[in-house]
Design a protein. Structure first.
Length: 422
């Protein structure tokens, strides 16, 4: 056999090996074909269909009240039905609070005293709160406590149509979220209460120059505010009512150092699909970068957000390795719509903290919204329409249905996780 022939065979084999390497490299690095993407989108739709099927056939136990919740409800009522206090004492309790289960005092009547103190303390100074995308005011009370004030933009009956993150923040959603967190036993949330402030009497005399520079008179001579924030515009003011009062949510300011993270389930706010919206194995991949504790915490927050339909949690803040439930103003938009993908962390990961599940089960049969109505009544607040309360009960049933979907798919041992030390 000639040397030329052997050389030719060698070159041929080498080319064949290189072609195989090139083929397998491209196979592993090319983007999914439209067919693969279509199948993944179909798989996502099938999950929603299966959850809705479970929702349609839920067991009776999820639709009736349980007597086990009565002592829990009574304890909540005792803690929130408390208003008489010396302001200095409650602020000392708040300032010195150290606990790994709640961000603020949450028992023995302290929650009610805190809400009363926020509403009744004289205001020493008012300024713009420039951080964030929405108009907020910073109130400094005479007791030196700081409060964020989100003013009213919509009437309670106004339905916000469009994407789940549409519109301005709703002040009532911030207040509702506080009571919801208390009832769900998700106590990593700041106290919030409805406050009414007279612009001429309570704001202007103690307003900073910076705030006054963002005030304008409207056509009837009322002093309106456009504020200072990312989206604040001079033609998008908030104005007092015909009695000169500005209504809004007063949220106790958190003097904490938070670590801020992008939510893995954040939205693109455009037609672009994020990874979690395309990848059926998204949670599996996420488990390589996030701890089980963090994922369970994100699932808790997703359940919370789904109930009020807050689809705007693009970032989250962490304190003592727990997610702080901040910025809840995009909830309570449209009571007729349940955007199921707000619940994606739950149905994609199909795990839930066992304690969270046990707490949710106690709230069946209308107990959740009944308790929120009772608790908010102590401050004389009406936080939502009946349509919104009905929607929250419906969404709670869909949370139950999602957990049942996960149990059917993976079994209880895989789905329920015991408390993890933080």
């Amino acid at each position: 056999m000639s040397m030329n022939y052997m050389f030719g065979i060698s070159v041929f084999l080498l080319c064949l090996v290189l072609l195989n390497i090139y083929f397998f490299y491209n196979l592993s690095t090319t983007k999914p074909t439209p067919l693969i993407q279509s199948r993944k989108a179909e798989a996502m739709q099938n999950v929603h269909k299966e959850i809705n099927d479970h929702f349609a056939h839920l067991k009776k136990q999820y639709k009736i009240k349980t007597s086990k919740f009565i002592p829990v409800q009574q304890a909540l009522i005792a803690s929130l039905n408390s208003t008489i206090t010396e302001l200095e004492n409650i602020w000392n309790t708040v300032d010195n609070w150290v606990d790994n289960e709640s961000l603020f005092p949450d028992k023995n009547g302290d929650p009610g005293r805190i809400l009363h103190a926020i509403k009744s303390s004289p205001i020493a100074l008012v300024d713009n709160a420039p951080k964030g995308t929405q108009l907020k005011l910073l109130l400094i009370l005479e007791s030196k406590q700081k409060v964020l004030f989100k003013p009213k933009r919509y009437n309670l009956t106004e339905v916000i149509k469009g994407p789940v993150y549409a519109g301005f923040d709703r002040y009532n959603s911030e207040v509702f979220a506080y009571y919801l967190g208390m009832v769900l036993n998700m106590r990593w949330i700041a106290p919030a209460v409805t406050m009414r402030i007279n612009v001429e009497n309570d704001i202007l005399p103690v307003a900073t120059l910076g705030l006054k520079n963002t005030m304008v008179k409207n056509e009837v001579g009322a002093t309106c505010i456009y504020g200072k924030c990312y989206y604040c515009k001079i033609n998008e003011t908030v104005c007092p009512d015909n009695t000169g009062v500005l209504e809004g949510a007063a949220i106790l300011y958190l003097e904490k150092q938070f670590k801020v993270h992008k939510s893995p389930w954040r939205r693109s706010y455009s037609r672009k699909k994020m990874d979690w919206e395309k990848d059926t194995d998204f949670c599996k991949k996420l488990s390589h970068t996030l701890s089980l504790q963090r994922i369970l915490n994100l699932i808790d927050v997703a359940i919370f957000d789904f109930l009020i339909q807050n689809g705007d949690r693009h970032h989250y803040e962490v304190y003592k390795n727990r997610i702080v439930i901040l910025d809840n103003g995009k909830g309570l938009g449209n009571p007729m719509v349940d955007i199921l993908d707000v619940l994606a962390p739950l149905y994609q990961c199909c795990i839930i903290n066992l304690q969270t599940w046990q707490n949710l089960q106690l709230l069946s049969g209308g107990s959740l919204t009944e308790t929120i109505k009772i608790l908010s009544s102590f401050q004389g607040e009406k936080l939502a329409t009946e349509e919104h309360f009905e929607a929250i009960e419906r969404r709670l049933l869909k949370v139950y249905a999602t957990v049942q979907y996960c149990i059917e798919k993976y079994g209880t041992e895989k789905v329920f996780k015991h408390n993890i030390e933080v």
